[in-house]
Design a protein. Structure first.
Length: 295
């Protein structure tokens, strides 16, 4: 009798399994999650030095940086990004850079386009009158009048891991008199090696209108690693190491020609109040290490 019951149970189970499989096969697939109308992302990072277009902005001291971006499904976006800066980089009275930007971007397969504008704002800056180059104090005419800021329009195109961007100043370039229409072109590549590793490179050129020895070329080569594969709970945290260099004129020992990128970090020479004894070549090559996260 127990054998009969067992056989009947097995027969019932054998019949039930295909019926269940048929029911599962007949069930409709779950609909994909709808694309959200907008997304909000943020980023934060610590950098051993802040270089903007190859030029030192923090006197080669560390920088804390972060931003927030709002993107709509239509392709329109706005955002803000901030960093500490040093007065000696040309921002007298200021120590914060605030970038406000917006635009439209879209991608089609491997191709992409980005159109927009950006405003660089340095609260608290209040420069004295513009001065010319003086061999006596080894300074060039890069001091501005009033608030330091800059406005640019840009257009960028991308293909797979390569991008090309053109930026055009619609104001005097960082408040340097008579430098409107200065422009910068940037060719960059970011390649994913897999397993959290990546390499990146960049070459850019600044065309600094009406500024003696102001134009220059800068370049960068770096490697990145997502720490998630090494340290639990650190997914999304990226360590980057890069080398940045330029051919800009910043030799602080040169007294025969203007050197726009010899920056002063103040004056501590009481015997010569008009002199600058804390200077730095802001264009020299440097290695930069950082850790950052996008969330």
């Amino acid at each position: 009798m127990r054998k009969t019951i067992l056989a009947a149970s097995l027969a019932t189970a054998a019949f039930a399994v295909p019926q269940l499989a048929l029911a599962q096969a007949a069930a409709p697939a779950a609909a994909p999650a709808p694309t959200p109308d907008y997304t909000v992302t943020g980023n934060v990072g610590v950098f051993s030095s802040y270089r903007f277009r190859g030029i030192a902005q923090t006197y080669d001291e560390p920088a804390i940086q972060g931003g927030l971006d709002f993107s709509h499904v239509s392709g329109f976006y706005v955002g803000n990004w901030d960093s500490n800066v040093n007065q000696g980089a040309g921002y007298p009275g200021g120590n914060i850079e605030m970038d406000f930007y917006g635009g439209w971007k879209k991608s089609w397969g491997d191709w992409g386009i980005d159109l927009g504008g950006i405003y660089y704002y340095y609260p608290g800056t209040n420069s004295g009158p513009t001065i010319g180059f003086s061999p006596a104090n080894n300074r060039t005419g890069v001091v501005h009048t009033g608030r330091v800021d800059n406005g640019e329009l840009y257009i960028a195109g991308s293909w797979k891991f390569i991008s090309l961007k053109y930026s055009h100043a619609v104001t005097d370039y960082f408040s340097t008199p008579n430098t409107k229409n200065s422009n910068y072109i940037d060719l960059s590549a970011n390649y994913d090696l897999g397993d959290g590793w990546g390499i990146n490179g960049h070459v850019g050129h600044l065309n600094f209108k009406n500024m003696t020895n102001g134009s220059y070329t800068d370049w960068k080569l770096g490697v990145t690693k997502d720490l998630g594969g090494w340290i639990g709970g650190m997914a999304g945290w990226v360590v980057a190491v890069s080398y940045i260099d330029t051919d800009a004129k910043g030799d602080c020992g040169n007294t025969t020609s203007p050197q726009p990128y010899c920056f002063s970090n103040g004056n501590t020479n009481t015997a010569n109040p008009s002199g600058f004894d804390k200077t730095k070549d802001a264009s020299k090559g440097i290695g930069v290490i950082s850790i950052s996260k996008t969330f």
